[in-house]
Design a protein around this ligand. Sequence first.
Ligand SMILES: Cc1ncc(COP(=O)(O)O)c(C=O)c1O
Length: 393
Amino acid sequence: MTISKKLKKSMEQGSWIRKMFEEGILLKSKIGADKVYDLSLGNPIFEPPSKFTQLLKEYIEKPTAGLHRYMPNAGLPETRSAVAKNLSTEIGLRFTKDDIVMTCGAGGALNIIIKTLLDPGDEIIVLAPYFAEYFFYADNHGGKCVVLDHDSNFMPNLSMLDDVVNEKTKMVIVNSPNNPSGVVYPKTVLDELGIIIKNLELKYGRDIFIVSDEPYRKIIYDDTSYNHIFSSHPNTIVATSHSKDLGLAGERIGYVAVNPNNENKTEIIDGLTFSNRVLGFVNAPALMQHLITHLQSETVNIEQYKINRDFLWENLTEIGYEVIKPQGAFYMFPKSPIEDDLAYVSKLRENNVLVVPGSGFGSPGYFRISYCVDDHTLKGSIEGFRKVFRDHR
Ligand SMILES: Cc1ncc(COP(=O)(O)O)c(C=O)c1O
């Protein structure tokens, strides 16, 4: 075998999202793309705001000297200042550029955080349902993920946290608005998590960080408010990106923000900056940093995602599916009408509807629908959802 056995195994376990993606390609080539309703991927369909395109043109037509050169590993000072200013307004805490490191997306952000904080063998608590890549990210840096289960509203079972934390725990990853459930954790849940973690830090005599992975922070609906993590615990770090809120997933631009009140923040920022360098990211893409400096208060058309959410939720509940109405992100996580989510997803696939089994997110018995899709795909999928539901009633 040429490639490492360990990597080969990881690739085989892979991710369900990838598997569905590949099956989708196969099905589309067999019966035609317009007959397959692919709701498996979280790839934003709406274009970035018009201000992005306008700025991009300006930078291309009148490039400033050194636009494409290396820069400090933490990113352009003016970009970090713009991010800090926007966060200060949004959150009400005083951030400066020295609390920010620009990254290659939220994925890059999580990897530099994990590399900075974990020693080999350390553990990360992930809250189900979770983004499956966390397991690979932890493994990249010699860490291991341990799962904390959820209740019927997809809220973490915090009363069980004591059972999964031990002397090796270094981090808890929180993802709200959540992929795959679309729920937004209320402030009470974040505060309770902070209190429990503080007590566990005392018990084990070590820092335990709460890392908030929040690329969907600005995609929230109705009167739901975004609850930031920083007031819940001093050892808090945000990992985020503009993949979803500005529709720039392919451009790999994001950032880390460290709690400005953390007493070790300089050491942490230095560690993150070094990790950005030695993981080979070096720095976040230069042109994107220039552009997003001017786009901190912009978003894609979130109203359109809300229209999709309402359409899908109304249709699924009318058919009879049990599904919590998402408050954010662009995913829905209905209960599978039969216990075996893999079998149900496969029945949907036989009816040309592609979704991802909940097992891939640590929550068997559910399945994930991604509604960041065009109208044809969204509307066309309903017949398949109805037929398979009736067949299994
Ligand atoms: C919960 C969550 N975290 C992180 C990421 C990675 O985002 P990025 O494209 O910014 O690396 C995603 C992407 O889908 C996600 O859903």
